[in-house]
Design a protein around this ligand. Structure first.
Ligand SMILES: [Zn+2]
Length: 466
C-alpha cells in the first residue's frame, strides 16, 4: 500500500513537472514542516506557483480553487539542504590532489580539470539526489565564479556561490600542484598591491567572498599583504573567508574582519576572546568535521575496497568508479609515499583533533555564533552530495539538537552564500526549494537519509524509493 502511495505521488509529481506551466499552482498538504528558521508547522500547507512559494502556513491557509493538491500526511518537509563548503575542482579522490598522492602518471591533471570545468552535471545530480539545493564553492578556478550564473539558470543544478581562486602565502611550488598549465586555483599572495588588484578583479567578476588559504602569523611580509587584502575586500563590499585551523590564526583572521571561518578551530578550546570577536563580526562558523575521516578512509581504500553507503544511488559516476577501483592503485603509489605511515598519521589526527572540534562546535553554538553545515566535499574521501549526511550526524554527536542542525543546514547555509533573501527557509516569496522525508529529522538527524523527494525552484528533480 505504501509503495502504491509513493507510485501515485511520483506520478503526480512527474505530471506536475512535465506540464511545467508557470501559472500552475501546486499544494503540498498535511506534512510536518520545518521552515528552516527553527519553527515547526504541524499539518502544514505549502502553496507553490512556478518557482516560488505563494503561501505557507497551517491548515487555516486558503487553498486556491483549481490547485493541484498533493496530500503528504505523515511526511516531513524541510528547505533544501545547503553545503556551505565544497570544491567543484576536486573529485573525492586523489586524482585532483596530486599534492597528497601523486597519481599524475595515471590521471592527466589538465585533462581532469578540463572535464571538471566542462561537465558539471554529474555533480549537480549528486547534490540534488542528496537533497542539496545550494552549494558554496570556497576555492577553485576562475570558472567557478561564472558557474554561479550557469547553475542558477539550470533547474537541474543546485544554486551555486563561489569565491574563485584561493590566495595563499604557501610557496609557489606547493601551490602549483593545484594549478594547470594555463589556469590557477591557488594564487601566491606576493605583495599588498598584487593582493588588492586580485581582490578587485575577483570582485568585479562577481566572486562571493575572497578566500584565504592559511594565515602565516610568523611571515610578516605575508601578513602585511593579508592586511591589504582584508582592507580591499572590505572596500569592494566583498567578504573575507579564511582557512585557519589554529586558535591564534583564527583570532587574527577575525581581527582582520573575516566573515566566514571555513574550518573548525582544531588545536585547542576556543576562548572568550575568540567568541567575542566572532560575535562582533557576526561570522558563520563552518565545522567541516568529517573531512579528516574522509582522508583516512580514502587512504585505507588503497588496501581494501571501501564499502560506502550510497543508499539513494546519489553518487557521481567518477566517485563510484574510485570506490570500485581504488585497490588497483596500491602498487601504483609513488615510491616515496608511505601508506602505513599516512594511515597512522590520520588516525592520530582523528583521535586527537576530533574531540576538540566537537567540543568547540558545541561551545561556539552555545555562545550564539552562527554555524552552517559544510563538508569540504571534493577532498579525497568526501564525496559530493552524500557527505552532507555524515557531517550532520557528527554535528549531532557533538551535542547539537537536530532541530538546530536543520537551521544550520538550511537558513545559515543560505546566509553564508549571501542568498538568504532567495532560499534557505520556507517562506512566502522565496524559492520553492524543499525536500520531503519519510521520517522526522527533528527527532534524529539520521532521518535525513529517509529523503523521498527534492524540489528546486518548484521543479521536482528526483524521486526515490518508488
Ligand atoms: Zn576546502
Amino acid at each position: 500500500m505504501k509503495k502504491l502511495f509513493y507510485f501515485l505521488l511520483c506520478l503526480v509529481f512527474i505530471c506536475g513537472c512535465t506540464q511545467n506551466k508557470p501559472t500552475d499552482v501546486l499544494v503540498l498538504k498535511n506534512a510536518t514542516i520545518y521552515n528552516g528558521k527553527g519553527d515547526v508547522i504541524k499539518n502544514g500547507i505549502i502553496i507553490i506557483q512556478g518557482s516560488t512559494i505563494l503561501e505557507i502556513g497551517d491548515k487555516t491557509v486558503t487553498i486556491p480553487k483549481g490547485a493541484e493538491i498533493i496530500d503528504i500526511t505523515g511526511q516531513f518537509v524541510t528547505p533544501g539542504l545547503i553545503d556551505a563548503h565544497i570544491h567543484f575542482a576536486q573529485t573525492g579522490f586523489f586524482d585532483a590532489r596530486p599534492n597528497v598522492v601523486d597519481l599524475r602518471d595515471y590521471f592527466d591533471f589538465d585533462e581532469l580539470q578540463d572535464d571538471l570545468k566542462n561537465n558539471p552535471q554529474s555533480y549537480y545530480d549528486a547534490y540534488l539526489r542528496s537533497g542539496v539545493t545550494g552549494v558554496y564553492d570556497v576555492g577553485g578556478f576562475l570558472w567557478s565564479i561564472t558557474r554561479q550564473e550557469e547553475a542558477e539558470n539550470n533547474e537541474n543544478a543546485p544554486h551555486v556561490a563561489a569565491s574563485g581562486p584561493l590566495l595563499s602565502g604557501v610557496d609557489q611550488n606547493r601551490l602549483d600542484y593545484f594549478n594547470t598549465s594555463d589556469a590557477k586555483q591557488m594564487v601566491y599572495l606576493s605583495s599588498p598591491e598584487m593582493g588588492r588588484e586580485t581582490v578587485r578583479q575577483y570582485s568585479n567578476l562577481g566572486s562571493t567572498g575572497i578566500k584565504i588559504w592559511g594565515v602565516m602569523l610568523k611571515d610578516s611580509s605575508f601578513m602585511k599583504s593579508l592586511r591589504a587584502v582584508a582592507d580591499e575586500t572590505h572596500n569592494q563590499n566583498n567578504k573575507l573567508i579564511v582557512h585557519a585551523t589554529s586558535l591564534d590564526q583564527a583570532k587574527e583572521a577575525l581581527r582582520l574582519g573575516a566573515k566566514i571561518l571555513v574550518h573548525s578551530v582544531e588545536d585547542k578550546e576556543v576562548d572568550e576572546e575568540f567568541i567575542q570577536l566572532a560575535l562582533k563580526n557576526d561570522i558563520i562558523y563552518l565545522p567541516t568535521i568529517t573531512v579528516t575521516r574522509g582522508y583516512l578512509e580514502a587512504f585505507k581504500s588503497f588496501k581494501e575496497k571501501w564499502d560506502f553507503d550510497d543508499a539513494h544511488n546519489a553518487m557521481d559516476v567518477r566517485a563510484k568508479t574510485f570506490l570500485e577501483t581504488s585497490t588497483d592503485y596500491l602498487d601504483k603509489l609513488p615510491v616515496d609515499f608511505n601508506l602505513e605511515e599516512r594511515i597512522k598519521r590520520f588516525e592520530n589526527y582523528v583521535s586527537q583533533d576530533e574531540p576538540i572540534i566537537l567540543q568547540n562546535l558545541k561551545k561556539v553554538h552555545d555562545a550564539g555564533i552562527k554555524v552552517a553545515v559544510a563538508t569540504d566535499a571534493g577532498n579525497p574521501g568526501t564525496f559530493h552530495g552524500v557527505s552532507i549526511y555524515y557531517e550532520m550526524e557528527m554535528m549531532q554527536k557533538a551535542g547539537i539538537e537536530p532541530k538546530e542542525i536543520i537551521v544550520m543546514a538550511t537558513q545559515n547555509g543560505a546566509i553564508a552564500m549571501d542568498r538568504a533573501d532567495d532560499f534557505g527557509t520556507l517562506e512566502k516569496g522565496k524559492f520553492a526549494n524543499l525536500i520531503i522525508l519519510e521520517k522526522d529529522p527533528a527527532i534524529d538527524i539520521t532521518n535525513f537519509r529517509s529523503i523521498t523527494h527534492v524540489m528546486r525552484t518548484g521543479v521536482m528533480n528526483s524521486i526515490y524509493n518508488e
